[in-house]
Each structure stands twice: as structure tokens, then as C-alpha cells.
Ligand binder design. Sequence first.
Ligand SMILES: Nc1ncnc2c1ncn2[C@@H]1O[C@H](COP(=O)(O)OP(=O)(O)OP(=O)(O)O)[C@@H](O)[C@H]1O
Ligand SMILES: [Mg+2]
Length: 312
Amino acid sequence: MSSMSATDHNQGYRGGLEIPGWDLFYVGKVRDLYRHPAHPGCMMMIATDRLSAFDVVMNETVPDRGRVLTHITESYLKQVADWMPAARITCNPAEIPDLPAEFHDALRGRVTWTRESDRVNVEVVLRAYLAGSGYREYAKTGRLWDHALPEGLQNSSKLPEVLHTPTTKAEVDEPISWAEAEELIGSQEEADRIHELALKLFQQASDRAAEKGVILADTKFEFGRQDGELVLIDEVMTPDSSRYWPADSVVEGQEPQSYDKEIVRAYLRSVTEWNRKAPPPTIPAEVIANTRAKYLEICQILTGSLPEGVDA
Ligand SMILES: Nc1ncnc2c1ncn2[C@@H]1O[C@H](COP(=O)(O)OP(=O)(O)OP(=O)(O)O)[C@@H](O)[C@H]1O
Ligand SMILES: [Mg+2]
């Protein structure tokens, strides 16, 4: 385990914290996952302020980013809780068993205590608009995954209906057809259920975003199995898992501005000598500050609030 301090020079939370009694067993691009020997079947998920772009984790952190991701996920899971169960148990550090009290303040807002689910190893991606890799595929082939599409669509065109474009869950996620996703899921019945739940989740989130003047262009869900039941796991409806656009900025044929790390990506594209492998270049403080502002803005728009203790 790293002995680096949890907070780095720009005051974000880098992760890698040593917590007595806890085992840091997985360090993802964004989240640190811990287990405690007294609580098998559960894990503690800490959303750090790390930021990855082009699949490389940057040296800098975006302060409060992990809190924003946790806050949006929690807000959305609560909205659908009456019909869509989730794996998570609580985000309140005081309710996490055996978490030493001296860590509560540092982890508040970024920690999730969750059941560790038998993960469905498919990224359930849904798209309502053509963008990103979806647009690039359509421009090349006229299709989107296994869906035939009308001619003449452009970047940011609305699709005739919300479409499933699943991928594998791997080091590099590969596009798969829904038939292949069904095979990975394993049972036809479960696959049908995921298909239907995901569409309903998408519809609800996109209606909610539209009320706030925001278009939900696409999003990704992850499911797990818990006591024979499908549950949502991981993050939900965050700007990391979803593409949000200000509704009044969308012009067909143009790349809309999005509420995510596009500011960082644009900066990195300007560093032409970087080969998109670690180590990444230094990101200027202004780019970090602008990115942080974007995350706070979308958090405020979607949830009507900022995470506890976070000021703009
Ligand atoms: N309740 C859960 N049960 C099992 N796995 C979970 C659960 N919640 C989240 N996960 C997994 O924990 C990891 C969260 O870490 P993080 O978001 O940093 O990963 P990542 O860098 O996006 O990597 P990955 O490609 O694995 O998603 C993901 O792999 C996610 O699938
Ligand atoms: Mg993830």
C-alpha cells in the first residue's frame, strides 16, 4: 500500500490511505476499494479526486470530484429506490462498521459502504443521441452496434429511439451486440430484465435532466446480483458514466460542450508531444479549476445541491 498522503499539493484526495484493520484490495482509476475481515461480502468504496483521461490517471487531482460523483449517484439511487434496488448500504461514515472515527471527516461524502455483488460483466450502455465513439462508428458504417440507422444523421443527432450499445467489462471495453451481452449475462430471463430496467432507468434520468435544461445523450449502468435479485452497483448517472449537454447548446453537426472532463481532454490534445501513455503531462491549475467548476455546476443542476461541506 502506498504511504503517500491522502491529500496532495492541490488539496484534492489522491487515495491510497492506510486505514488500520482495512485491506485496500483494488485501486481503480477513480475509486479505492477496501475490505474488512470482520465483514465478508461487503466493501468500502472511496471515490478519490483522481482524474483519468485517455485511460491515463493524471498527476493532479480535481478537488471534490469524488464527492460530486458520490453525491450524484446517491441522489439518483434514492430517486429510483422504490423499484430499483442497489448494492450500496450507506454513505454515512458513522454507519460503516469498524471504520475508525478519525477517518470519518476525511471520507465523508466520498465513501460508500456496499455489498460486494456478483457483477454482471457487461457495461450496459444506452444512447439517445449520436456522440463520441457512437458517432464515429455511424460515420464509418451507417450503423450503431447491431442497429441499422437512417441515413443523414450527424454528430449530436437524436436517435430514433434509445438504443442499447453494450460493451465488455475489460481493460479495454469492446463493443458487443445485445446477443453477445446476453451470452455474457448467462440467462435469457436476466438479460431481458436488464434490458428493460436499463431503458426505464434511462427514461427516468433523461426526463429528470430535461426538466433542468440538460440533455442526457448517453449513459452506462453496471448491474450485480444480490440474493437472486438484480441490483445497481458502482456509480450511476454521473458525468463520468454519462454524457450530459446543455439543451440550448446542441447544434446538429457540431460537437456539443459537455459537463465532464472535456476541458482536460482538450488541453491534453493541445499537448501534441504527449503519446497518451503514462506519465501524463502537467495539467495547468487553471484547467483543473475550470474542470472542478464544471463538476460542481452539473452536480448543482442535477441534484439541486452540492455535497456537504463543498463550496463553489
Ligand atoms: N457493489 C459492487 N460489487 C462489485 N463490484 C463493484 C460494486 N460497485 C462497484 N464495483 C466495481 O468497482 C470498481 C470501481 O472502481 P473504479 O470506478 O475506479 O474502476 P475503474 O477504474 O472505472 O475500472 P473498471 O474498468 O474496473 O470500472 C469497478 O470495477 C466496478 O465495476
Ligand atoms: Mg468506474
